[in-house]
Design a binder for this molecule. Structure first.
Ligand SMILES: *[C@@H]1O[C@H](CO)[C@@H](O)[C@H](O)[C@H]1NC(C)=O
Ligand SMILES: *[C@@H]1O[C@H](CO)[C@@H](O)[C@H](O)[C@H]1NC(C)=O
Length: 291
């Protein structure tokens, strides 16, 4: 008897807490998706926490074009400009951390619109988020930086049966990355940036209806560099990728970390390690003259 009632109590608890996904709201086509990012210390690049030891999420900086923090729109592809009007001293130092991927520009998007309480006393399901890292690329110099200001933004929605082309949906995953980081030519999207400048970011936004990359007749295929990708190519790429990861891991542990720790000990809080020792960036990167 006791075990049966425990069982029943357990079952009802599950019924109460498990909200069926269909009961949760999904985005309508064109609905705004607000980008929030981790607040970080401009001194160390570390994330900041509130009194409850929770991460502090703050809106993406305000874009001059809209007078609002950056937002995307569900299912809407296209070009989005976002000029950050004034790169302050702390923001400049954060950009240095982002460009070295020492602290990524870690942001997030709500996977669904906020849920409303339908029944009085019912608990609101917790808002879930998907990570959106902006892999900003650039090069650091003593007094300024070059930053690749054009980024591709890829957004995936969860698979579902679409009744109409512009049906509602839920976010699955996302990524944003600078394009052509090695191009410093006139007319390219690379910007020389000093403290006080405006930072004109531009985004090419594309959507995928599922977490998968584009397929033709059930096979993953790119039409990119002259046609199809074969299994051997994929295998070769994976092997080289793993080798690269291992090598860069060894490099990081063996070369960059010790130097960086040394930099810390000498009081260099920012990657450029201004003044003090005059050793330059102290990060194991060779400086390139680009100007
Ligand atoms: C981020 O944290 C810094 C340092 O605590 C604080 O001064 C700043 O106001 C925070 N940013 C926002 C938008 O809350
Ligand atoms: C974005 O900015 C570029 C450069 O200023 C401009 O040529 C382009 O038309 C803008 N695009 C949009 C969608 O506003």
């Amino acid at each position: 008897m006791v075990s049966l009632s425990v069982l029943l109590a357990g079952a009802s608890a599950v019924l109460v807490s498990a909200v069926h996904p269909d009961a949760l709201p999904s985005y309508h086509y064109g609905a705004p998706l607000h980008v929030e990012c981790m607040n970080r210390s401009s001194e160390t690049g570390e994330h900041l926490e509130n009194a409850q030891h929770e991460l502090e999420w703050i809106p993406f900086p305000v874009c001059e074009e809209t007078n609002k923090p950056l937002e995307f729109h569900y299912g809407t592809e296209g070009e989005v400009n976002c000029t950050i009007a004034f790169v302050s001293d702390p923001f400049f130092h954060l950009l240095e951390f982002y460009i070295h991927s020492d602290a990524p520009l870690s942001c997030r998007l709500p996977s669904r619109p906020p849920a409303h309480v339908e029944v009085v006393g019912e608990e609101v399901p917790e808002q879930e988020y998907i990570p959106l890292v902006f892999a900003l690329a650039g090069t650091l110099q003593q007094s300024h930086m070059h930053i690749s200001t054009h980024l591709n933004v890829l957004l995936h929605s969860t698979p579902k049966h679409h009744m109409r082309p512009h049906d509602s949906g839920v976010l699955d995953s996302a990524i944003a990355y600078s394009t052509s980081p090695l191009s410093h030519m006139e007319g390219s999207y690379t910007r020389k940036l000093i403290i006080g400048d405006a930072l004109p970011l531009s985004f090419s936004v594309r959507w995928f209806p599922t977490p998968a990359l584009p397929k033709t007749e059930g096979k993953v295929e790119w039409q990119g560099l002259g046609g199809h990708i074969y299994a051997s190519t994929v295998f070769y790429s994976i092997v080289s990728f793993i080798a690269g990861v291992l090598l860069s891991g060894m490099y990081l542990m063996g070369v960059v970390m010790p130097r960086r720790l040394k930099g810390r000990a000498m009081g260099g809080a920012t990657p450029l390690g201004y003044g003090l020792n005059g050793v330059g960036n102290g990060w194991g990167y060779t400086k390139r003259s680009i100007d």
